[in-house]
Design a protein around this ligand. Sequence first.
Ligand code: C2E
Ligand code: MG
Ligand code: MG
Length: 560
Amino acid sequence: MGENEHAANWEKYCRFIEVLNPCMDDYLYIYDMQKDFYQISPGALKRFKIQTNPFHNVVDGMHRFVYPEDMDMLAEDIEKLISGEKEFHNLQYRWLDHEGKPIWINCRGRALKDEQGRPEFLIGCINEIGEKQKADNTSGLLGESSLMTYMQEFAPKLPDGYILRMGIDNFKEINENRGIEYGDMILRKTAECIESVILPGQKLYRMVADEFIVVDFLGGSTRKAYKLYKKIQQKIGEFIEDNQYEAVYTISGGILSCSQMEDHSFSTIMKLSEFSLNEAKRKGKNRSYVFDEKVYQDFLGKKRLVSVMRQAIYNNFEGFEVYFQPIVDAETGKLKSAETLLRFQSEETGTIPPVVFIPLLEETGLIIPVGKWVLKQACFRCQEIQKNIPDFRVSVNLSYVQVKKSNVLKEIISNVEKYELEPGSLMIELTESGFLESDSNFIKLCDGLKENGIVLALDDFGTGYSNFHYLYDLSPNVIKIDRSFTVKALQNTYEHALLEHIIQMIHSIKLRICIEGIETDEELAKINVLGPDFIQGYFFGKPCPYDVFYENHVRTAGLE
Ligand code: C2E
Ligand code: MG
Ligand code: MG
């Protein structure tokens, strides 16, 4: 009899939870403490990593969707409820969403007892706390959790239409310069501008910080989304004018077409719309960007590559290698020095060219540890080579990130000392790109190198526009002419004459010239008449691993 009644109660409560599911944003649950079963509002399965409903072995099953650090606290509380030591459950802790991201929840419940006074069911409610408020008090708009509920109504497939995600450009600066209250006014006014131009049936939500989302499930195309974005831009322009230019700001927009996407889950839509908005901002702000799958895949590929490189750095730079390319004295054709050139490969990514991976190392700051490592390898190898060629010099490329964000001068000097090199045995190559704003670190580095007798080269000469003032500002020792300029000089007489004059001019201020990219003996002959000081190119040798370089260039030179 007791058994049957227990089962009937369980059925009744479960049914109750199911019926109420569409009416609420929170989740109801029931926990059968005697039979160890757990049932929750079906909506929770879409939000959290819960696999089955109901499920048995509750504490074990919860491991799958409860944030690991919170599990012990929860298990302890459950034990107290089962033993009857506690009647009320009220805990704030974290559950995991489908991507494993922790979500703060508040779980409350009350233990019901059976006729014998033993704890029977725990019945209660779970609501999300933290960032997910239902409505936003500043803009008066509904927030992210309401957007999620709205979209879930259509699951698994959204109707045709678009998502337009917008963000105020440089909102942090508005807040910092004019105060939070002023920032709130801008948010409110922006919300009003958007609301005034959207169509009936389109929905507007406020996301975190300075972002808004317009949802169009009326079949609107990306072209229509773009038009709406332009209207919003115009409205904001009018507000700025009415407000006598007291606040001047812009807004960017990322556009996502529903029919373009395969996965319509809320988390995917949030991810892709955020990516689109970021792209709009990255491309210069005050503009819109329509999601492009190819660009997104490319972005993911780069992210993967960064994580593989990060792991490689952690694994003692496994997969990175320093190659050496000979640089010869133009007059004698003898090996004078070598440029160190970084390479990267991994099982997962294959060989990646430096033009791809170096900018990523720079963006992430990883160039700092990698650059340190290259410098050390270069100095260590130079010391070895000098046993055969005493005046051998090694040349190392430095990124602007190393100059801006690390004490690279100290690093350079300590390596020169550690490997007992003459300071003139090390050449540092700097390119003008990235240094455009006259950075004090940059000038300090150049001065420091000169004071310490380390050779400074200006790399990639002939690829930028402001080359000449660098010659005076930095007064490098060597100018390296980029291969792209060399190739032009080899192909047409105008560029050839131009290069000739540049070389003369550079020589007149007592600097040395290195020509890069000579591949054949005809090219060599054509360039030699211009009187450069050093030559680097495949004709004398491609960049290669140290052992190969030593075998092909150093050993033989030592025997001469
Ligand atoms: P860079 O410093 O101007 O290096 C010269 C580039 O020209 C190298 O490309 C070299 O392999 C290539 N090269 C030399 N001679 C010839 C030739 O005769 N024909 C052709 N087709 N190419 C030639 P690589 O190794 O692909 O490196 C590209 C760029 O990546 C470098 O340009 C440099 O800016 C950067 N890089 C390479 N290693 C490092 C490093 O350790 N640190 C930093 N910060 N940048 C590096
Ligand atoms: Mg270089
Ligand atoms: Mg170069």
